[in-house]
Design a protein around this ligand. Structure first.
Ligand code: ADP
Ligand code: MG
Length: 346
C-alpha cells in the first residue's frame, strides 16, 4: 500500500492526490464581493489499467467533469500528480490529444453549421491522420454508429442521439488509446442509449480502448463497467465492483406490478415490501442483490397479474444511502466542499 513511487506499465491513467481548487467571486451586495474557495476535486487517487472500462459516478457538482478536464489537460490541477500514457496532461496537452478522445455530452465538438462529414475532414487534418487510416476508421465508425445517412446533414439539424453518435465518431477517428466520456447518454432516448452502449462495448472488446465513463445512469455502468468509482464533494468515496456498491448502499430495485383490479397491498413476506399503491398498480421494493424471479413467481401464483416491470435503483439514491446512511461517517455535510479562506495551496 505504501510504495507509490514505481510507475507500473499497466497503469495507463495515474492520479495521485490530485486536487482542483476554484476561486469563485460571488456578489453579496452592491460593490460587495466575497471570495470563496471551492475544492472541486479533493486529493483523489486512482489508477486505470490499459483496456479497463471504468464508471465514474456521483451527484451533480461532485467533481466528475473537473476530473475529466484535468485528465485531458484542459484544466491544470492545483495539487497532486497526474499522468496519462506517461504524459502530464496540462503540460503536454497537444501531444496527449493524439492519444485520447473526449466526448462531452453537454457540448458538441462538431462544427455546428457544417455537414457532419466536414467536421471529420477537419479532424483528419488537425490530427494529421494518415489518409488510409482515416478512411478505414471513418468507414468502420460510420457503419458501427449508423451515420451513413447523416454525413451530409448540418450538425445543428441532428437529433441529440444522432449528434452524440457523431461526436463519438469524431473522438475516435484518430484511434485514441483512451476515451473519456462525460455523460454521453444524458438526454438520449432508450434506443439511442442502447446503441451507444453496444458500440462502446464493442470498441472496448475489439480494440482494447480504455474507457472512463461519467454518467448519471446506473444502467450505463451496469451494462458496461466492471469497476465503478464514486465521487462525492470532490472526494473518492468508493472504488470497486458495482455489486459492492449496491451492498454498501443497500440499494433496492422496484418491481412495478399491474394487477387486474385494485387490491390490498401484496403480501410478499421478507422478500419485498409494497412502497406505493395506485389503483391496480403496486410498487414493491426488494434488495438489488436479489433476483426478481422468485418474487415474480410468488406474486404470479397468488395474484391476478397483468403486467410487470423492474426498475433499477436510481444512482443518486444508491449513493445517498451509501454516504448518508445513519452511522456512516460521511453524515451529510455539503459544506465540506467549501474550504475556509486561506487554506489550500499546499
Ligand atoms: N470553472 C469553474 N469555476 C468555479 N467553480 C467551478 C468551475 N467548474 C466547476 N466548478 C465547481 O466545482 C464543483 C464540481 O463541478 P463539476 O466537476 O462540474 O461536477 P460534476 O461534473 O460532478 O457535476 C462544483 O461545485 C462546480 O460548481
Ligand atoms: Mg459534469
Amino acid at each position: 500500500m505504501s510504495a507509490d513511487v514505481t510507475v507500473s506499465e499497466s497503469a495507463f491513467i495515474e492520479v495521485d492526490r490530485v486536487e482542483k481548487v476554484f476561486d469563485v467571486r460571488r456578489r453579496t451586495g452592491f460593490l460587495k464581493r466575497e471570495l470563496r474557495r471551492v475544492r472541486a476535486v479533493d486529493a483523489i487517487s486512482f489508477r486505470v489499467a490499459r483496456g479497463e472500462m471504468v464508471g465514474y459516478i456521483g451527484p451533480n457538482g461532485a467533481g466528475k467533469s473537473t476530473t475529466i478536464k484535468m485528465l485531458t489537460g484542459i484544466l491544470t490541477p492545483s495539487g497532486g500528480r497526474l499522468r496519462v500514457a506517461g504524459i502530464d496532461p496540462s503540460r503536454e496537452r497537444t501531444r496527449l490529444a493524439h492519444r485520447i478522445g473526449v466526448v462531452f455530452g453537454q457540448r458538441t465538438t462538431l462544427w455546428w453549421d457544417l455537414p457532419l462529414i466536414d467536421s471529420y475532414r477537419l479532424m483528419h487534418r488537425m490530427y494529421r491522420i494518415p489518409d488510409g487510416r482515416y478512411r478505414e476508421n471513418l468507414d468502420r465508425l460510420v457503419e458501427l454508429l449508423d451515420l451513413a445517412a447523416l454525413l451530409e446533414v448540418p450538425v445543428r439539424q441532428l437529433s441529440l442521439g444522432q449528434r452524440m453518435r457523431g461526436d463519438i465518431a469524431a473522438a475516435l477517428l484518430h484511434d485514441p488509446e483512451v476515451l473519456y466520456l462525460d455523460e454521453p447518454t444524458i438526454g438520449l432516448d432508450v434506443v439511442s442509449k442502447a446503441r451507444v452502449r453496444e458500440f462502446l462495448r464493442e470498441l472496448n472488446a475489439e480494440r482494447g480502448t480504455t474507457v472512463l465513463l461519467t454518467t448519471h445512469d446506473l444502467q450505463d455502468i451496469e451494462q458496461l463497467c466492471s469497476r465503478v468509482m464514486v465521487i462525492d464533494h470532490g472526494r473518492l468515496v468508493y472504488d470497486g465492483a458495482l455489486s459492492g456498491l449496491h451492498e454498501a448502499g443497500e440499494s433496492e430495485r422496484t418491481l412495478v406490478v399491474d394487477l387486474e383490479r385494485e387490491l390490498p397491498p401484496i403480501e410478499a413476506g421478507e422478500a419485498a415490501r409494497v412502497v406505493r399503491v395506485e389503483g391496480p398498480r403496486q410498487w414493491l421494493a426488494f434488495p438489488a442483490s436479489a433476483s426478481a424471479a422468485p418474487l415474480v413467481a410468488h406474486i404470479a401464483a397468488r395474484y391476478p397479474l397483468l403486467d410487470l416491470s423492474v426498475r433499477e435503483p436510481d444512482i443518486e439514491a444508491v449513493i445517498a444511502k451509501m454516504l448518508y446512511a445513519p452511522g456512516s461517517s460521511g453524515e451529510g455535510s455539503p459544506e465540506r466542499r467549501a474550504v475556509v479562506p486561506g487554506a489550500g495551496g499546499s
